[in-house]
Design a protein around this ligand. Structure first.
Ligand code: AN7
Length: 354
């Protein structure tokens, strides 16, 4: 009888491209191979073909799982006892789940009061030790860097290159599915690890001849938390998209280089554009994402004339990554439930047709 994790995890699928070998103990929850969906209504609105990479469909509901399987497998191989990360929520949820699966401890350092309820629930459910600090994500990451040298800790933030290596597999999947790279790839930009990972993945498959082009990489930040757009550290980042409430991104330089080399760009969207896009995507495409993930959708929906001329003319194929599931941060969309009705078909019909 086979008792291994179900195949289809990113290490099983892309072993030869990852920093693991046959003897690495693989810790997988079956991440990766996520849907890549043509978005017809979004495409109509934008005037080009938009395909959505649904990273919200990973085991813990975000793209972090791709990097976490590699980082935790390698940590286990190295004899780690406790995983450690700072997080705006999703890294913590993912690390907690993979630690539980591996049977090791996990401590997550979180900015107090700034984590979406669903993500906090996940970290707690998987038994992580939760430490809330009175500071923001950047403070939490600084502390993790300070603790990183202590031997029993294994840091699983994206400052750990194994995380970035695992996350590049999303670009591999897109190329494998499309038969080439898209023209443009747009995604939310927080700590800038994911944009770095995608551009590494595209570059690697380009070198190997699996695609003819490399996409223009476009990162979208929230207006109140946009250090890369404004080209300066933001001391007190603020945005409703708590996942990308980051003022001093760890992978700033590598992301900037990828953006420059591919003639891509960085842009900002407002909180209200983000929330409108979150709702629009749920209602018009059936895809429910958290606010941070709605940022690139907001950018597409609100593209200015200049943006359209620069990036969206010549009928490009656009890949848009949505990074996390809407249920993680569901308070944002309040259901506005109408009053209840008597238990009769007549009353229910009247309520439907109201
Ligand atoms: C849904 O969990 O930084 O630019 O600590 O959760 O690679 O940082 C999360 C980031 C986008 C930004 N979308 O990606 C964390 C954390 C979602 C996210 C990002 C995050 P990066």
């Amino acid at each position: 009888m086979k008792t291994e994790a179900r195949s289809g995890g990113v290490i099983a699928r892309y072993l030869e491209f990852l920093p693991v070998n046959k003897s690495t103990p693989v810790v997988s929850l079956g991440e990766g191979s996520t849907p890549f969906l043509f978005a017809s209504r979004l495409s109509d609105r934008v005037g080009c073909r938009v395909i959505i990479k649904c990273e919200s469909m990973n085991p813990t509901g975000s793209f972090k799982d791709r990097g976490m399987t590699v980082a935790v497998s390698r940590a286990l191989e190295g004899g780690a006892q406790t995983l450690l990360c700072a997080s705006t929520g999703n890294t913590a949820a993912s690390a907690a789940a993979y630690a539980a699966h591996a049977g090791i401890r996990c401590a997550v350092i979180l900015p107090a009061g700034k984590i979406a309820a669903g993500k906090l629930t996940q970290a707690a459910a998987h038994g992580a030790t939760i430490v809330s600090v009175n500071g923001n994500f950047d403070d939490a990451l600084r502390i993790v860097r300070e603790l990183a040298n202590e031997k029993h800790f294994s840091v699983v933030n994206s400052i750990n290159p194994d995380r970035i290596a695992g996350q590049k597999t999303a670009a591999f999947e897109i190329i494998d599915e499309l038969g080439d790279a898209p023209d443009v790839h747009v995604l939310p930009l927080g700590n800038a690890g994911n944009l770095t990972a995608y551009s590494n993945g595209y570059a690697e498959f380009h070198r190997l001849g699996h695609c003819k082009r490399k996409p223009r990489m476009i990162g979208i930040q929230a207006e109140g938390a946009a250090p890369i757009f404004y080209r300066r550290v933001i001391e007190k980042p603020e945005t409703v998209a708590s996942a990308i409430r980051i003022g001093n991104p760890a992978s700033w330089r590598t992301a900037q280089r990828a953006i420059d080399e591919t003639q891509g760009g960085v842009d900002v969207v407002s909180d209200s554009e983000i929330l409108d896009a979150q709702r629009w995507l749920a209602e018009n495409e059936g895809i429910f994402v958290e606010p941070a993930s709605a940022a690139p959708v907001a950018w597409l929906l609100n593209a200015s004339v200049t943006t359209k001329e620069r990036f969206l003319s010549a009928d490009p194929i656009i890949a848009c990554t949505v990074t996390g599931h809407g249920l993680k941060d569901a308070k944002i969309i309040s259901p506005h439930l109408p009053p209840s009705v008597p238990p009769s078909a007549r009353a229910v019909r009247a309520a439907i047709e109201r």
